[in-house]
Design a protein around this ligand. Structure first.
Ligand code: VGL
Ligand code: ZN
Length: 198
């Protein structure tokens, strides 16, 4: 148990790609639905102290470069405005102080990081955020790249171990990704480490 007291003046939660296609659609991450209750616990903790919550969304055009039919490595997924790109109905989305960050919207570029081609960094900076807490899907792709992005931009960054899940195209990918994030300076936390009393 580490014990980090959350502070709405400089802490933000980033919920990565909790979308239908990654949970029960065309690119379903094995056991993705098992993290939904814990993801919701984090969202409610941050909401209860008035800290901002950022939901990233993989948001591709029909002709996206990452799709197999266009020469990429993934099945067609998260086509913008389609069911697959919607945040899963089991995920709690507060009505205030929450933001959606769409990424990968350019047909010729992929974006595994929530910071790539988005205004996420500007939104964090203008709110005085210094620490990011990151959960969601998938550990070995968009979670990893968003965590590394946050670290490179100078945020102290926490990976929420009980609220991430990996694709593991190759066995052990998620473990390798997690070790890499920690090597780069990320700190691993679980729900009982996060203290949200005002
Ligand atoms: C992701 C594969 C393709 C992710 C996005 O959210 O981790 N993975 N596009
Ligand atoms: Zn994608």
């Amino acid at each position: 148990m580490i014990g980090v007291k959350l502070n709405p003046n400089f802490d933000a939660l980033i919920v990565v790609d909790m979308q239908n296609d990654f949970i029960e659609g065309s690119l379903a991450v094995p056991k993705a639905s098992s993290i939904i209750p814990v993801v919701n616990e984090y969202i409610k903790k941050f909401e209860s102290i008035g800290a901002p919550i950022f939901f990233t969304r993989d948001w591709h055009p029909e002709n996206h470069i990452s799709f197999a039919e266009n020469g990429g490595i993934w099945p067609k997924h998260c086509v913008m405005d389609s069911w697959g790109a919607m945040i899963h109905k089991g995920v709690y989305v507060p009505s205030d102080n929450r933001f959606f960050i769409n990424k990968g919207y350019d047909s010729n570029f992929d974006a595994y990081s929530g910071f790539q081609g988005t205004i996420l960094n500007d939104l964090l900076r203008e709110r005085g955020i210094k620490r990011t807490f990151i959960c969601g899907l998938a550990t070995d792709y968009c979670v990893k790249n968003t965590v590394i992005g946050a670290l490179n931009l100078g945020y102290q960054t926490f990976v929420l171990l009980d609220a991430i899940m990996g694709v593991d195209v190759n066995r052990g990918d998620s473990e390798v990704a997690l070790n890499y994030m920690m090597e780069m300076g990320a700190i691993v936390l679980t729900i009982e480490d996060c203290i949200s009393v005002r």
